[in-house]
Write a protein that binds this ligand. Structure first.
Ligand SMILES: Nc1ncnc2c1ncn2[C@@H]1O[C@H](COP(=O)(O)OP(=O)(O)O)[C@@H](O)[C@H]1O
Ligand SMILES: [Mg+2]
Length: 384
């Protein structure tokens, strides 16, 4: 066993091959003198940007719209880091109508599982007797994330019982070999304890530390990246930095994926501040982006509402449907009928008016029910 300032390297063997796995020290690390001072400015910027996003959330009359949209955006991007290929429009279409577009259904399922897992965690955290941030909550969320075909052989909802590795074709040539499986429960319960303990360190920094520690432990056979990124949203709420899951940090992590991975590794060499600097920059960047995006989406709705009111033949039901569009940006005739609890002819008229106003756009998919999208809104949301 070789000890360093960040953990110990232990020998273990996998399939007859002798390898070295890394067991991290419990949090918090001991920072070199001056290290925290160098983070003061990026920390202030990240906290300020988050506070603005939190405030924007509390001022907007229709916060649920943005939660709906931004949680899906984050789910998609975080899954993309993992390699999932689905489009936002296909995910929303599937959720609203069960229709599958060009994306593979397994890819869509991964994203919708992610959304379900985040929603589950937030519900638990908000409930009086809900499960707090803990190994149990991680396991429950992992179980939801790994539901279905692709996750079935990944031991959903349970901590791994075998040695895993990151990068490379086998542990012997891996970029990183996480701790042996028997160390995982203890390491995670230390992490859980750290989350609920007092620490003089700024919560924003603690979140950065917890994310790396989770990735270093790599407690599951798969889904560690996604769960660890989800944990960022949970901790932002836990430490009252952001009430709702509005920060799609995965956009930044995806845009800087190789740096992200390199800095995760760097922490094992004691380079905590490089990682934290990167993390804080991303939080500031994405929080500003999200606040601006919320403003633009809101402005789009306000201007479209005006257009609709001036459209000949506009009806009360058409206006009612319009107000539901941000949470139902993809529609079919049966869905409109159901949402408005109305008849087919009335739903038909609603679609006609909203299309005439240029708000809904009819798109292909002749196989089944025709699809209508709130195109301008979706285009703003999906900015790639
Ligand atoms: N060098 C590294 N050290 C520690 N963690 C890493 C490293 N490189 C990547 N990771 C983390 O591992 C994740 C991939 O692990 P995996 O279990 O496949 O998660 P997921 O299936 O959610 O992508 C990455 O998204 C990243 O968060
Ligand atoms: Mg994976």
């Amino acid at each position: 066993m070789k000890k360093t300032s960040t953990g110990s390297f232990v020998s273990t063997s996998v399939a007859g091959e002798s390898i070295t796995a890394f067991v991290p020290n419990p949090l918090p690390p001991r920072f070199a003198s001056g290290a925290l001072a160098s983070l003061a400015e990026p920390l202030r910027a990240a906290e300020a940007a988050l506070a603005r996003l939190d405030l924007a959330g509390s001022l907007i009359p229709s916060l649920d719209w943005f939660i709906y949209a931004f949680v899906r955006k984050e789910a998609l991007l975080s899954s993309e880091i993992e390699g999932t290929q689905a489009t936002l429009v296909d995910v929303l279409t599937f959720e609203q109508t069960d229709q599958v577009g060009d994306s593979a259904v397994d890819d869509i399922e991964e994203v919708t599982n992610y959304v379900a897992a985040v929603n589950h965690a937030f519900k638990q955290m908000q409930a009086k007797k809900g499960v707090p941030i803990s190994i149990r909550l991680f396991n429950d969320c992992h179980g939801i994330l790994m539901r279905g075909v692709r996750g079935a052989n990944k031991q959903p909802g349970v901590l791994r019982r075998s040695q895993n590795w990151v990068g490379g074709s086998r542990p012997g040539n891996a970029v990183f070999v996480p701790p042996p499986p028997q160390e995982v429960p203890k390491l995670l319960s230390d992490l859980e304890r750290y989350i609920h303990a007092d620490d003089a360190l700024a919560p924003m920094l603690r979140i950065g530390l917890v994310h790396v520690q989770f990735e270093t432990i790599h407690p599951y056979l798969d889904g560690n990246g996604r769960l660890g990124r989800m944990l960022i949203a949970l901790l932002l709420k836990h430490w009252q930095l952001l009430e709702n899951p509005l920060l799609y940090l995965s956009l930044y992590l995806k845009q800087n994926q190789s740096t992200y991975y390199r800095l995760l590794s760097g922490v094992r060499d004691g380079k905590w501040t490089d990682w934290l600097q990167f993390f804080l920059t991303g939080v500031a960047d994405i929080a500003s982006d999200a606040a601006e995006k919320a403003r633009r989406l809101h402005a789009q709705v306000v201007s479209d509402r005006k257009v609709l009111l001036g459209t000949p033949g506009v009806t009360v039901t058409a206006i009612q449907m319009f107000e539901l569009l941000p949470e139902h940006p993809v529609l079919t005739m049966p869905l409109v009928t159901k949402l408005l609890a109305t008849t087919k002819p009335t739903a038909g008229k609603v679609i006609e008016v909203l299309t005439a106003a240029g708000i809904l756009v009819e798109v292909g998919a002749k196989k089944r029910d025709r699809l209508y999208r709130y195109q301008r809104y979706l285009a703003l949301l999906d900015d790639r």
